[in-house]
Structures are given as C-alpha cells and as structure tokens.
Ligand binder design. Structure first.
Ligand SMILES: *Cc1c(COP(=O)(O)O)cnc(C)c1O
Length: 405
C-alpha cells in the first residue's frame, strides 16, 4: 500500500484566502442587496498594457507560420528576454549579473516554493512573521520545519523574526543562526521596506554566518524612495550569499499570463565549492520545460520604451489608490503603515480587536473585504491588510464607508 508524504498532513488547516472567500460568500447570500467591495486579495485589476498586448499578438502570429513557429523553449529562458532583464533590472542599477545567472520561469510563487529543493533537508530557515505563506509551507512539505504548534501557530524548527510596529516592521538578526533567510522587500503583507544600508547589513551578516538569503523582490517596481534597493545585488557581497526572486505579476500585470525569473549568481557556493547556480540549472532542466515563447515575448515588451512607460502608469494608478487609503485611514484615526513603496497598507486594528473580528466588523459595517493580518503569522495578529489593486472608484467608495463606521 502506498503511503502519502505525511509532511503534508502536518500543514495547518484552512488556507487564508479560501476562508475569506467562504465568509464573503455567506455574507453576500444573507445580504443580497449589499454591494461588497474587495480590497483583500493581492491581484492586479488593470488590463495588460497595449505594448504587451501588441507583442503577444505578434508572437501568436509567429506560431502560425512554419518558419517562425517555436516548440519547446530553452528551459532557462530565451536569450532575448534574459538579456533585456540583465540590461534593465541589473546593469541599469549598477549590479553585476550575467545572462547565465538568470533563470526564466512561470512566476515567483513556484520559484519561491521550489528553490528550497537545492538545500539540505537539515538546513534551518528563518522567516519574517508575518510572512508570505509559500516560504514556510513549502519547507514544511519538504520536512524541514519540525511540527506545527496549534497554540502558538509556529513551527518548532523555524526561526521567526517578528516584524511589528516596535521595530518598524523590519526583521532583526535572529538569536539562533539560520542557514537560509527569507527576506521580502517591499514586503507582502506589511508593505514595509528597509533602507539599502540596512539590507547591506543583512548581506554582511549572511556572508559572515555563511547563510543564503532568498530575496523576494516581487514588488520592486513599487519602490518610490531613493534609499531603497531595487535589487539585493546593489549591495556589496550579495553575489556570494543571495538568490533573488522576481516576477512580472505585480509590475506588469502578468498574474494570469505567468512569468518570472530567479537570479542565482555563480559566486554563490557551499563550503565544498558547489555552485548553487549549477544545482538550480539542473533542477530547472529536469522539472521545467520553459515558459511559453509568446509570454516571454510579452515579457520582453515590458522593457521596451512604451512598455516601461505604460507599466509605470499602471503602478502610478495603484499607488494613487494606496495614497488615498493611507491618508484617509490616518485621518480617520487609524494607525497605518506601508503604502509608500508597496501596494499594501497595513493597519493596526482599533483597540483590542482581533484581526478576524475587524474583518467581520468591516464586512458587516462597510461591506469592505480586507485580509486579517493574523492569517500571515501570529505577529500579524491585531493588524489588517488592505490592497491598492482595486479600481480608483471602488477604493474611494470603500474609504467613504470606512470613514462613516
Ligand atoms: C505576488 C507575489 C509573488 C509573485 O507571484 P507570481 O507567482 O509571480 O505571480 C511573489 N512573492 C510575493 C511575496 C508575492 O506577493
């Protein structure tokens, strides 16, 4: 008789967003006349930019012609896209990354979940709390996290770095030394960033203790402040300690079309000199058959002059929503953070209210849906996430209702 991977059985129960969906559905069923606005889920709403659509159409047409038809894509990505990435995302920032350090994929969720495969099963991970759930859950599936304690909502074998108002939502060096450190800036869910000088300290720390930083830069395009690094490779020494995850989902609206990439520098080696770049190439080549040609052409268009201008406009649209949410909540007396370098606003729930109580309160009194902070980890308790990904009209209407509560 087969046996299941019982690491899966250790995973905590219901998934945050399905719980939210269920609650909203129930509310709508009992209150069919109510217009519910969602500022909850982290998905874009603006259609793909014209330059991207044009490139998609062209690539689709190429697929219909014998001479230009494409079969399997190179498993690490087409050179036209990888060179556009190197030029625009790294060279333009003064960071030294070469084409063979770029691995094109179908998005950062799968890469952030799969990257742990190239590390030993007894490596210990450190994560921020609250955190994007994929990092911990995929390590749990791999049996690296010990057991889940229902009381504390923490895994016994994970190092947690609480991010709260007291530390400006910035992690502090853990007491216990980790092997793998997950960092995400601009952060989902808190919307927080750290200055480049602080990120440099993490790079120095990782090099000193010989840990790897897995740096999730999915929200890089939302950075508005000059002192925040757009890539970890702006920091000195990052090539020997950092892997970076990037996505076309939030900067260009590819959540439905799927495209991302991971950077693994060739200077990143274990104590025996084994290059993580070779291991990831092996993994990618074995388990992944390449992102679609037409989507990689769409990705290339993101880096064209029109593509850059049009995607910048979309981000400006979302960030205008973020500004409205943040300013009006602050005016209404809420304690708010984020929303400056990220499309997420992180608010402290009014006195004593739990994250889920505030969820219910907001849903029933304002018909607005957000995300309970506690769903991202115990240090998120007492916080609530609102996203700027809605329409301007809905955002303004939602704020009007919240102000009236
Ligand atoms: C949205 C998001 C991603 C990107 O996921 P894709 O699979 O590329 O759509 C990665 N990391 C974080 C923290 C995110 O919020």
């Amino acid at each position: 008789m087969f046996k299941v991977n019982d690491n899966y059985l250790k995973l905590p129960g219901s998934y945050l967003f399905s719980t939210i969906a269920k609650k909203v559905k129930e509310y709508k069923e009992t209150n069919p006349d109510k217009d519910v606005i969602s500022l909850g889920i982290g998905d874009v709403t603006r259609p793909l930019a014209p330059a991207i659509i044009e490139s998609l159409h062209k690539a689709v047409d190429e697929m219909a012609v014998k001479e230009t038809f494409k079969g399997y894509a190179p498993d690490l990505g087409y050179e036209f896209l990888r060179s556009a990435i190197v030029k625009n995302d790294f060279e333009a920032r003064g960071a030294k990354i070469s084409i063979d350090e770029i691995f094109v994929s179908d998005g950062a969720k799968s890469d952030s979940g799969n990257i742990q495969e190239i590390f030993s099963s007894d490596n210990k991970i450190a994560v921020c709390d609250p955190v994007y759930p994929v990092y911990v859950d995929t390590n749990a599936m791999a049996g690296r996290t010990g057991t889940y304690n229902k009381e504390t909502e923490l895994w016994t074998n994970v190092i947690y770095m609480p991010c709260k108002a007291e530390n400006n939502f910035a992690p502090e060096f853990p007491v216990e030394t980790p092997d793998i450190i997950y960092l995400c800036f601009p952060n989902n869910p808190t919307g927080a960033t750290i200055p480049k000088t602080e990120l440099q300290k993490w790079v120095d720390y990782a090099n000193e203790v010989k840990a790897v930083i897995i740096y999730d830069a999915a929200y890089e395009a939302y950075i508005s402040e000059d002192n925040v690094a757009h890539t970890i490779y702006e920091c000195e020494g990052a090539r020997t300690c950092a892997i970076e995850l990037r996505s076309f989902s939030k900067n260009a609206g590819f959540t439905g079309t799927r495209l991302g990439y991971t950077v693994v520098p060739k200077d990143l080696k274990d104590e025996n000199g084994t290059m993580l770049n070779s291991l990831w190439a092996r993994r990618h080549g074995t388990k992944f058959n390449g992102a679609p040609y037409i989507i990689q052409r769409a990705g290339e268009a993101v880096y064209s002059e029109e593509g850059k201008r049009q995607t910048r406009e979309q981000i400006a649209y979302y960030m205008n929503n973020a500004k409205i949410i943040k300013e009006r909540l602050a005016k209404a007396g809420y304690s708010v953070s984020g929303g400056v370098n990220a499309p997420y606003i992180w608010l402290a729930t009014p006195e004593g209210m739990s994250s889920w109580d505030f969820f219910d309160y907001l849903l029933t009194n304002a018909n607005v849906v957000g995300t309970p902070g506690s769903g991202f980890g115990p240090s998120g308790e007492g916080y609530f996430r609102l996203t700027a990904f809605g329409t301007y009209e809905n955002t303004v209407e939602a704020l009007k209702r919240i102000e009236k509560m």
